[in-house]
Write a protein that binds this ligand. Structure first.
Ligand SMILES: [Zn+2]
Length: 71
């Protein structure tokens, strides 16, 4: 039994992106590849004060990819 992991600290959340497998739902963090991000600002007029933004990459995890490529 492991202790529930705390919410990601802001400093870490700002430096990683998410990987999500569209097949099995596996998700993990991945370090950013570059210092510059793609556009992470919404169109104006939302009324939100933006405090953080995340990028989620969707695709196939290594296990699902191996199964898909193996057929
Ligand atoms: Zn998967």
């Amino acid at each position: 039994m492991t202790v529930a992991s705390p919410a990601r600290p802001e400093s870490r959340a700002a430096g990683v992106h998410r990987l999500v497998c569209r097949n099995c739902g596996a998700a993990e963090d991945v370090d950013r590849a570059a210092e510059h991000d793609p556009c992470l600002e919404p169109a104006t007029g939302t009324g939100f004060r933006i405090e953080a933004a995340e990028v989620t990459f969707r695709g196939l995890c290594p296990a699902c990819r191996a199964r898909a490529d193996g057929d």
